[in-house]
Design a protein around this ligand. Structure first.
Ligand code: CTP
Length: 478
């Protein structure tokens, strides 16, 4: 039995319904907007998915004319069109049956009824439709009980799950993404179908997979998604380095922690404090090189020496393969992975000004994010240890603030640059003078070290004096 639903109050719906009436088409809003409205989830970007039992492009053109919109994007092969009205995106489709080719997710399109169109959708919660025509405005069409699944928090496919996933394997990622962002459960036959069809993911473009992955990472509790990705076997296919973090090993009664679950805990901890995608990526990758650097030492037990260096190098390869941007975001992640041990290492020793200055110099404006990551990295079950590490990090944080006030290292620029050194010491730069080039580099490095070690002040005069002193030591005649 159909019923009316009272969420359909947007001014545009009556206009679209009216255009549908004039073209003699049954017209509906369907998919994500219906789902999110019932859930009362507000989104930054509003998108209406409109489906009609006639030509979707024709309907889009009529709506565009009514709204006095000149720009319309038409995708003839798919029979779809889209419009932008104020900050709302409108997608128009003609109702269709779809049959997919086994090696591609691009469907062969055939006209169909609204029920056919609902059947071809990914999940029951995304297949609910509401009529926009005048005669039954607001009538709710839910042939697969999406509303019930929404209430029971279930991800279920309208058809036999193997068919739905095999038709479009991206849906396996979407199932996990929705389960994570909505905090729903994937119904068991669906879950098993994902496991069985996991290798079909290979026909999906990496960009689409990564888009879903980023949505998982940006959720409130990303660990849920990664656990599901791992348990279904999907993770191994597109992100084997992360999957390799699984497992513990014991030698002589000494066991190291499971780095997969540790990483997920760190990711969740960071996610509670920050919504930055790239800080979350840093958490995900901070221990990525642990499997490659794992050693057992009879005296000290398990070690992962250099995992921060190797991990930082791995970032580029992972970003490249996952088609993530190879820009300043990647550099930021590399930096955080490389530095993630430094604040804790520093706090184990006597916290010196020099150590703090060096940390500030290396982290620069990302120091607050680095400290957040370090705090999130404390996942020990031993309360005593947790308290001790957190207290130590607090001491480091206080010193950072204190030193930054005095020295302003965060935006540090050397008080003497290469061209001043060249001019005052009559040195030549460039490829033709590699010896001079080396000397300039040594002088710069020594001045930097002296400032960071607090031997001279961060100012021109003292740096200049030191420059002449080093020049003498190097036997430079100026
Ligand atoms: N859809 C599908 N299979 C896909 C992608 C989408 O069946 N691989 C259908 C679903 O009915 C979905 C609708 O197309 O609701 C619109 O897709 P999209 O805009 O990608 O997702 P939304 O459901 O709107 O959700 P979100 O905006 O959160 O991505």
């Amino acid at each position: 039995m159909s019923k009316k639903i009272d969420i359909i109050k947007h001014e545009l719906f009556a206009i679209i319904g009216n255009c549908g009436d004039e073209l003699n088409m049954s017209t509906f809003v369907i998919g994500g907007w219906v789902r999110d409205s019932i859930l009362k989830h507000k989104k930054n970007e509003i998108e209406f998915d409109i489906v009609s039992d006639g030509d979707g492009i024709l309907l889009a053109k009529k709506v565009a004319k009514r709204l006095k919109l000149n720009k319309i994007s038409i995708f003839k092969t798919f029979g779809t069109a889209s419009l932008n009205y104020k900050d709302i995106k409108l997608e128009f489709n003609g109702a269709r049956k779809e049959s997919y080719h086994h090696s591609s997710r691009n469907p062969k399109v055939e006209k169909g009824s609204i029920k056919d169109d609902q059947k071809r959708r990914d999940f029951t919660i995304n297949a609910m439709a509401i009529s926009l025509n005048k005669k039954n405005y607001g009538e709710f069409f839910d042939p697969f009980n999406g509303l019930k699944d929404l209430k029971q928090k279930l991800i279920r496919t309208p058809l036999e799950p193997t068919k739905t996933y095999s038709d479009d394997p991206l849906r396996m990622m979407r199932a996990i993404r929705f389960a994570t962002t909505l905090e729903f459960k994937i119904e068991s036959s669906s879950f098993n179908a994902i496991k069985e069809n996991k290798n079909r993911l290979s026909i999906i473009k990496q960009e689409r997979i990564t888009e879903e992955l980023n949505k998982i990472i940006l959720s409130n509790k990303p660990s849920t998604g990664f656990d599901l990705l791992s348990k279904t076997g999907l993770l191994k296919i597109f992100f084997p380095e992360l999957d390799l973090l699984h497992g513990t090993e014991t030698i002589n009664g000494m066991t190291h922690k499971d780095n997969f679950y540790h990483t997920l805990k760190v990711l969740d901890n960071v996610s509670q404090k920050s919504s930055s995608l790239w800080l979350r990526w840093s958490a995900l990758l901070h221990d990525i090189a642990k499997p490659n650097t794992k050693r057992f030492n009879k005296k000290t037990g398990w070690t992962f020496h250099g995992h921060e260096h190797l991990g930082s190098k791995m970032v580029y390869h992972i970003f490249k393969r996952l088609k993530l941007p190879l820009n300043e975001h990647m550099k930021y992640v590399q930096k955080l992975v490389l530095l993630h041990l430094r604040p804790i290492a520093l706090s184990k020793e006597n916290v010196t000004d020099s150590g703090i200055r060096r940390l500030l110099f290396d982290a620069k404006n990302d120091i607050d994010d680095l400290m957040l990551l370090c705090n999130a990295d404390i996942t020990s079950k031993n309360d005593y240890k947790v308290k001790k590490y957190k207290k130590n990090l607090e001491i480091v944080s206080k010193k950072l603030v204190d030193l930054e006030k005095r020295d302003n290292i965060r935006n540090w620029q050397p008080p003497i640059n290469g061209s001043v050194i060249m001019k005052q010491l009559k040195l030549q730069g460039g490829k033709s003078n590699p010896d001079d080039g080396k000397k300039i580099a040594v002088i710069k490095e020594k001045i930097k070290d002296a400032i960071l070690d607090g031997k001279i002040k961060n100012e021109f005069k003292e740096a200049e004096e030191l420059m002449y002193q080093i020049a003498k030591e190097l036997g430079i005649n100026y």
